[in-house]
Each structure stands twice: as structure tokens, then as C-alpha cells.
Design a protein around this ligand. Structure first.
Ligand code: ADP
Ligand code: MG
Length: 335
């Protein structure tokens, strides 16, 4: 059987804070194949960013720690790498783009120098050649007058241009995995569409796999091959993008889909939305963590935690109402 590019099994990343233990990522398993885009969706606080920073081994410690699980990338265990080995992987074989480019761009260095630096560091190129490649990369991400722009500092560029620079930097070394955490959230719709197009184009050229973290289901529909839905540190549903959109099984996924804003304003008031908020991770509810917000919850949901089970081929869900592939009528389950 073909090995996935990235295989995460039973990942648990906890934060040990003064107030107590935060099980931010609590037994998460997923994989990404070569050239594929996996979207991770879920409301704020569900553990999406902690999952991605765990892969890069960038969890602040203390208070955080990966307490269990395995992360296998290109056949190698990332959790047994030294910090020095991880530095060789970050920005090279795995790179990352964030919602806010200023977190990964250095304000006191010219953008051309910053991209050139990754070529020097990971490809061992000399100064002139690294700079030449940096300018070419700026051109590829659609930055006009790239030679001139290369001499700009990040603050001299617009938000969209900074995002492009960050993508240029992230893709400079043709990583096999790009982790994009809310890459377009801060941008206006037109720029967002351009950036997504650009990511797709570069992905096709280099067969890059993308782990795309977003709470924007429009972005998911446009970009993803498969989708993982996270809630309160757990995966509640997983499947191909069409399965998720056409046949969402988890009440939470249905809630998320119901909350996509529609253009047709008259229907908006009829659409379901998820009431309540993500629970405080210091006191997650017993049973299914979604149960206090679930309109379909039955007695069992408040006591026992449902496992993530395969319903059909690659479509999985963790919900007692869907146990064994049958849709149980709420009132017949539990007491
Ligand atoms: P998402 O990206 O889905 O919005 P995060 O992965 O950022 O969510 O956060 C998941 C949970 O982990 C949140 O409850 C958050 O408060 C907690 N968390 C993240 N970083 C820390 C930290 N440094 N210390 C304590 N808790 C943290
Ligand atoms: Mg996040």
C-alpha cells in the first residue's frame, strides 16, 4: 500500500497551565497523500492551529507538550527528530503560511533578502544566485516590478502583497508539504481568490501537498480534496469534500454548513446556525463534547464518548446517532 506523505496517529497535545490541563488536541488521526489538499475546519479554539504547530514541533513548551501519538512525514518520525533536524525540515520540506504575514516576515529585512536567505540556508546558494532566484520567485507569485519590490521592507507592501511574499518564501524550496493556517482570512475577497489561485497553480507545478486550515467553507469547497472537521480537540467527521458537503453526517458539520452566509437573503433567517459557544477546554463536557450544543443529543451522548467510525468507504463520523452506519431515531437511543 502506498504510504501517505504525512501520517498523524492519535496525536495528543496538551497545555499544562496554572488553571489546569488543556487537552487542545486530543487523539487526532489523519493523513495527507502526495499532491493532495486536506482541509481542517472547525470554529475558533477547536485545535486546528495546535495540530499544525505540533507537526512542525513549534509548540511552546512549557506549557505545551505532545503527550502521545506519532507523526510520520516522508516515512520518518518527526517526534524523534532533534531540534537541529527539525530546523532542516522547516521552511524546506515542510513550510507554513499564516493568517498574518508579519508573524513570519522580519520587519527589519528587505523582502528579497528574506527569500534569498531560505535559498542560502537550505540550498547552499551564494548571495547573487540566491537573490536572483528570490526575484524570480517574487515574479512567479505575481508581484509587479519584482527587482524593485525585492528591495522593499515588509511594511512598504500592501496586505495582499505581503501575503504573496510569504507564499513566495514558503514555496521557495518547493516543500513537499505546505501548511496554510487561515492564509486568506485577513484579505478582501478579490485578493483572497487570487492567492488561492496562486496556491493551486504552484501546487500543481510542484506536486505539493497542502494542509489547509480554515473556518471558511467557501475556501474548503474551492481547494480541498478531503476534509477533516474538528471540534473541541477531536475529529468529529472526515471525508471527501463532496461527502462532507452533500452528505454531512455530524450535527456539528451540518451546523457549520448551515451557517455559510447565502447570497439569497430571504432564506437566511430559515437556515440553522449552531447555538452556544465552544466549551472551555478546562472543563469539556462528558460524553460527546458537542452534546450541550446538539439539538439531537440523547442520553448516551452525555455519558459516553463516540468513536470516529467509518460509515462508508472514506467517510467517517463520531456520533452515537450514526453508530454502525444506521441513523438511529433519537428517542430510541439511551433512556
Ligand atoms: P484553532 O486554531 O482551532 O482556533 P487553537 O489550536 O489555536 O484553535 O487552540 C486550541 C486550544 O488550545 C484553545 O483552547 C487554546 O486556548 C489552547 N491553547 C493554544 N495555545 C495555548 C497555550 N500556549 N497555552 C494554553 N492553551 C493554549
Ligand atoms: Mg487557529
Amino acid at each position: 500500500m502506498k504510504q501517505p506523505l504525512l501520517d498523524v496517529q492519535n496525536l495528543k497535545t496538551y497545555f499544562f497551565t496554572e488553571d489546569g490541563m488543556v487537552p487542545a488536541v486530543d487523539g487526532v488521526s489523519f493523513y495527507i497523500n502526495t499532491g493532495e489538499t486536506l482541509a481542517v475546519v472547525g470554529e475558533s479554539g477547536s485545535g486546528k492551529s495546535v495540530t499544525s504547530t505540533s507537526i512542525l514541533r513549534l509548540i511552546p513548551s512549557p506549557p505545551g507538550r505532545i503527550v502521545e501519538g506519532t507523526i510520520t512525514f516522508e516515512g520518518e518520525s518527526l517526534l524523534s527528530k532533534t531540534e537541529e533536524q527539525m530546523q532542516q525540515i522547516r521552511g524546506n520540506r515542510i513550510s507554513m503560511i499564516f493568517q498574518e504575514p508579519m508573524t513570519s516576515l522580519n520587519p527589519v529585512h528587505r523582502v528579497g533578502d528574506q527569500i534569498a536567505e531560505t535559498y542560502r540556508l537550505h540550498r547552499g546558494l551564494g548571495h547573487a544566485e540566491a537573490m536572483e532566484r528570490a526575484v524570480r520567485m517574487l515574479e512567479r507569485v505575481g508581484i509587479p516590478s519584482p527587482e524593485k519590490r525585492a528591495r522593499d521592507y515588509p511594511h512598504q507592501l500592501s496586505g495582499g502583497m505581503r501575503q504573496r511574499v510569504m507564499i513566495a518564501m514558503a514555496l521557495a524550496c518547493r516543500p513537499s508539504l505546505l501548511i496554510a493556517d487561515e492564509p486568506t482570512t485577513a484579505l478582501d475577497v478579490t485578493i483572497q481568490a487570487q492567492i488561492l489561485d496562486l496556491m493551486r497553480k504552484l501546487q500543481e507545478e510542484s506536486k505539493t501537498s497542502i494542509l489547509l486550515i480554515t473556518h471558511d467553507l467557501g475556501v474548503v469547497a474551492e481547494m480541498a480534496d478531503r476534509v477533516v472537521v474538528m471540534y473541541a480537540g477531536k475529529i468529529v467527521e472526515e471525508g471527501h469534500v463532496l461527502d462532507i458537503f452533500k452528505n454531512p453526517l455530524h450535527p456539528y458539520t451540518r451546523g457549520l454548513l448551515g451557517s455559510i452566509p447565502r447570497l439569497h437573503w430571504q432564506r437566511r433567517s430559515l437556515l440553522p446556525s449552531i447555538e452556544g459557544v465552544v466549551p472551555n477546554p478546562l472543563e469539556f463536557p462528558a460524553g460527546c463534547r458537542f452534546n450541550p450544543r446538539c439539538s439531537e443529543a440523547v442520553a448516551r451522548c452525555r455519558v459516553e464518548e463516540p468513536a470516529l467510525l467509518t460509515i462508508e468507504s472514506s467517510h467517517k463520523v463520531a456520533c452515537w446517532l450514526r453508530e454502525g452506519g444506521n441513523l438511529f431515531v433519537g428517542s430510541t437511543v439511551g433512556s
